[in-house]
Write a protein that binds this ligand. Structure first.
Ligand SMILES: NC(=O)c1ccc[n+]([C@@H]2O[C@H](COP(=O)([O-])OP(=O)(O)OC[C@H]3O[C@@H](n4cnc5c(N)ncnc54)[C@H](O)[C@@H]3O)[C@@H](O)[C@H]2O)c1
Length: 352
């Protein structure tokens, strides 16, 4: 069978993870790239041997040779480009977050249903081998009912600037950018319970701290520290229909002593930690035991998780199979993220 012809839209920082992974997948060909910044798109095309270069995604989508696209643009264009791609008959892998609002998310879902095409949301943490190991055990009931989860992603210094810190283009700050990963991972491992209420806070206390010297961090391709209209800290407690709850806090910057990510879940029969190190907590013969699965990586491994995500997408396109991170999950996560922002803005609990 012919390799799947891929178009990559947005050739900034994260696109390299998509492109490197497609390059290593024998069943895919990087056929076209597109970016508003023509020079960036041209350089990417040269590096990866793409035949076509576009600056307007509509022209890329009109190319009949393209079967599937990766969308790696700013969050404000995810919904628009996803819908246009589906209407043009392309399968879609869209970076997280699915979009900026629940309204946009529902429109994307409608377009998926109408087109019958695949849309996979880039919840890359689900694709990590350790996350899959734990998911397999959770689904078998090894931990019993998971009734509490607690996740934290603290960057002490890490506002990526540019569009990330412009709320119109990003939809929000650390919550929608990095909180989305750990919220999704907990929700996925908990068995995707229905969220019913949220109580949350956001803070804009420290700015982007672009004054800090001698510490490097992830930056947008067009880094610019001038504008910053997003929160620098968010926290929330999310209650689910089955009585389970998830507590989360995330920052772009905070007076914390170091960057820190922790993801922990607690069930009736056992507990798990995904970060900082994959761990299972259980009981054996009236003793508490901490079990460290022996796998290649102690925790999340970015490169292999991305490769798994891309391989899964290519497989789905070839076989017409449903992704493990489908559009419905993207919609549910948007409900949670937007519920958090709404609760924080109102200063009270919101019901979903
Ligand atoms: N999965 C992850 O771990 C992860 C990590 C970082 C970023 N991301 C996501 O990837 C996306 C891109 O982030 P980034 O860090 O690469 O940003 P970036 O600013 O480095 O790159 C974005 C690129 O998209 C281009 N672009 C924007 N709108 C466009 C349009 N309408 N048509 C064509 N090109 C357009 C920009 O010119 C830029 O080159 C975001 O949605 C972000 O949330 C995911």
């Amino acid at each position: 069978m012919k390799p799947v012809q891929i178009g990559v839209i947005g050739t900034g920082s994260i696109s390299a993870m998509h492109l490197n992974s497609y390059e290593k997948n024998e069943e895919a060909t990087i056929y076209a790239v597109c970016d508003l910044n023509e020079e960036r798109a041209r350089k990417t095309a040269e590096k990866y041997g793409a035949e076509k270069v576009y600056t307007d995604y509509r022209e890329l989508l009109a190319d009949p040779n393209i079967e599937a696209v990766s969308i790696c643009t700013w969050n404000n264009s995810h919904a628009e480009i996803s819908i246009a791609a589906l209407e043009a008959g392309k399968h879609v892998l869209v970076e997280k977050p699915l979009c900026r609002t629940v309204e946009e998310a529902l429109k994307v879902q409608e377009a998926v249903e109408k087109s019958g095409k695949i849309l996979q949301v880039g919840f890359v943490r689900r694709y990590d081998t350790n996350a899959q190991l734990l998911k397999g055990l959770a689904d078998k009931g090894e931990f019993g009912e998971i009734y509490y989860a607690k996740a934290q992603t603290f960057r002490r210094l890490g506002n990526p600037g540019g569009w990330f810190s412009d709320i119109k283009r990003s939809g929000g700050g650390p919550l929608i950018d990095i909180g989305v990963h750990v919220i999704d991972l907990c929700w996925y491992l908990m068995g995707r319970p229905k969220p019913v209420s949220i109580s949350a806070n956001t803070y804009r206390k420290l700015g982007n701290r672009s004054n800090i010297k001698d510490l490097s961090f992830y930056k947008a391709a067009d880094y610019d520290a001038e504008r910053n209209t997003v929160e620098d800290l968010a926290n929330a407690i999310i209650r689910f229909e089955n009585g389970a709850s998830l507590m989360v806090d995330v920052s772009f910057t905070l007076h914390a002593k170091k960057d820190e990510t922790t993801v922990r879940l607690f069930g009736e029969k056992g507990g798990i930690e995904v970060e900082p190190e994959t761990l299972i907590v259980s009981e054996m013969n009236d003793r508490i035991v901490n079990i460290y699965p022996q796998t290649d990586h102690k925790s999340f491994e970015f490169n292999s998780a991305f490769q798994n995500e891309i391989n899964h997408f290519v497989d789905n396109v070839k076989n017409g199979t449903e992704p493990i991170s489908p559009v419905q999950d993207g919609v549910e996560i948007m409900k949670i993220l937007c519920g958090i922002y709404e609760s924080a803005a109102k200063g009270e609990e919101v019901k979903l």
